[in-house]
Design a protein around this ligand. Sequence first.
Ligand SMILES: Cc1cc2nc3c(=O)[nH]c(=O)nc-3n(C[C@H](O)[C@H](O)[C@H](O)COP(=O)(O)OP(=O)(O)OC[C@H]3O[C@@H](n4cnc5c(N)ncnc54)[C@H](O)[C@@H]3O)c2cc1C
Length: 403
Amino acid sequence: MRSKSVDILVIGAGPSGCAAASYLAMHGHRVVIADSAQFPRDKTCGDGISPLAVRMLIRLNVLSQVESEGAFRIENVLIQSPMGKMNRSRFDESLGANEYALAMPRIDLDSILLKYALSSGAEAMLHTRIEEVQTDGDLITSLTAKHLDSNVRVKIQPRHVIFAVGANIGFLRRCGFTVNTQNVSLATRSYYSTSIPLPKDYALYFDEELIPGYGWVFPVANQRANIGIGVVRGRHRATSNIEMLDAFINRRVNQEVLCGVTREDDVKGYPIRSDYGTQRIAGANWMLVGEAAGLVNPLTGEGIDLALYSGILASECLHAGIGLSQPYSRLYEAELSRRFRLLFVGWRICRNLLLRRHIMDRIVHTMSVDSELRSLIVKMGLGLESPISLAHPKWLYRVIRSR
Ligand SMILES: Cc1cc2nc3c(=O)[nH]c(=O)nc-3n(C[C@H](O)[C@H](O)[C@H](O)COP(=O)(O)OP(=O)(O)OC[C@H]3O[C@@H](n4cnc5c(N)ncnc54)[C@H](O)[C@@H]3O)c2cc1C
């Protein structure tokens, strides 16, 4: 088998891998980014780019490109409770001036991010699947890659490896990583055209039939939306996800939220991993980033923001940590833990306690009458404030007493 030495190997060219590769290449490192797919490639997703993700695109200096190539600007977050209470909050009022979200089909977003990584100096190995990892203790010594065009296998010998493989659970397990399937949900979506323009809402519907999951309507253009549902595994066995998605859309049509809806694409489903904090995410010369590290918000199923965040953080640690006495991977693990460990604990507690019929109803009602609390809940849902703050007696009192 032919062998190839590389300095930094990034496996996966989604948002986390491209963020890491762009940052490292920009800072003068030799990076190879491998992906089993041919690009442009689709990724089953809701296509929602949260305000935190927008901030990360600004940090990478790629936001203007994403916007100029057609990302759809979203001004509000709309939440509907199981009993039909509704609240619409403007991002700029809840989060601060100039805050907004975007939506863009992943086939377009990921192409822009990959092109950006390549123009920053990274080298791509596309249509190349990483199949196996060889280790010496905790150190990754080599990996076997297969070129899917020629079926030729190559042994790659990297000095550093960043795993950005998303929810490829089979591969992660083959590499010896643990995946906690208790925190895996299943999401299903398709693209739809509508006969009237859609409001610029990041719309989340916590329907009784789906809770603790939810359904979303994210406009990707004036009259085109990504519509989908995310459900917790094993809770809704009686019906298929496609039937649940159809029923979700029918409820929106009856509610007159959607008008003249026509499906434009196949319905596709994919798992979502939110198990950050239950596994090792870094070792001697390797780090897991994005969804490979279980970094997806368990309340909303959003992972693009945390993928970009962790990709940038991992590469900052690698860049700063090479040559230091403390391994860069420890820096990464510690910094990620400082930022996200409690947040994930809080999000999981919220998912188990708050995503219930009556409690959600009260919370959504309180959001519509108490602007301070509304801002806190929007920040908390988006990962910009710890959910622990909501447990303060002052807020609990205001939720209970709101009329
Ligand atoms: C239906 C659905 C809806 C969602 N909606 C949203 C949303 O609206 N907003 C949001 O923020 N998040 C959403 N998410 C989550 C989001 O899609 C992911 O969290 C995000 O894509 C993670 O980015 P990533 O870079 O970590 O991994 P990915 O985007 O999954 O990229 C991983 C890449 O690795 C490659 N790869 C995998 N294994 C190998 C291998 N062995 N060798 C080579 N290449 C490999 C894959 O081909 C892929 O290109 C949704 C998820 C689903 C399933």
